[in-house]
Design a protein around this ligand. Structure first.
Ligand code: HEC
Length: 201
């Protein structure tokens, strides 16, 4: 029997006890008590009748970077991260959006070099992009770009590169992040993968 069913049974017993008191006992005080017991029992039953919803923390998704073979695999992991763990879609749209509080990221992979995207994600205050859409002088966006590699989002280096690969792919750019570099990232060696092809490593 489920927990709720047990509680409902107890509620029914309480109501039953109240009814028995009202039926068989004559003393006024005891009858008042019986009435109160019935009411309490009924309220309990109503409360238990409301559908119960357990609020569990969101399922933790793990991204198996070892399964990545091609840059497209990397981009598809990046896409998942963009819409889940990375929380990017909470603020950014890809394509124009009415409710945008942050830059539209459509075509961003073609507009920005991977190094600059990396910087935008990990040191968002280094270069703050302004909002030109409203009237008057450009202003800062109402939201603030979080440090993606720190709490609470805290993406790993590999996850950040996957997101950059996704941004490049959805912008129709060739993915310049190299799979073998991402697989070989050591903590502390973070910029190596990104800068390879630009004289690094
Ligand atoms: C809390 C809201 C928020 C979240 C979450 C967020 N961003 Fe941002 N992002 C911003 C704001 C605001 C800016 C513009 C100000 C700035 O440049 O710092 C920005 C700027 C950027 C830029 C630079 C845009 C440009 O044109 O220069 C990139 C790239 C970017 N975000 C990518 C991401 C990615 C990828 C994620 C998820 C891993 C993410 N953001 C998560 C708010 C957010």
């Amino acid at each position: 029997m489920s927990e709720v069913a047990v509680l409902q049974l107890m509620g029914l017993c309480v109501v039953g006890t109240g009814i028995l008191i009202l039926l068989f006992l004559k003393a006024v005080f005891v009858r008042v008590l019986g009435f109160v017991i019935i009411m309490l029992g009924i309220f309990t039953l109503i409360a238990l009748g409301v559908p119960q919803m357990a609020s569990l923390p969101p399922a933790v998704e793990t991204f198996d970077i070892a399964s990545v073979k091609t840059p497209d695999d990397l981009a598809s992991i990046g896409q998942k991260i963009f819409f889940s763990k990375g929380q990017c879609a909470l603020c950014h749209s890809i394509g124009p959006s009415e409710s945008a509080r942050c830059p539209d990221l459509a075509g961003i992979g073609a507009k920005l070099a991977p190094e600059f995207i990396y910087e935008s994600l990990t040191q968002p205050q280094a270069y703050v992009y302004l909002d030109f859409r409203h009237e008057g002088l450009p202003q800062e966006y109402p939201a603030r770009m979080p440090h993606i590699n720190k709490n609470p989002i805290a993406l790993s280096e590999q996850e950040i590169y996957s997101v950059i690969a996704f941004l490049q792919k959805m912008s129709g750019e060739p993915i310049s992040i190299k799979v073998e570099d991402v697989l070989n990232i050591d903590v502390g060696e973070m910029k190596v993968a990104l800068l390879s092809g630009h004289g690094g490593n």
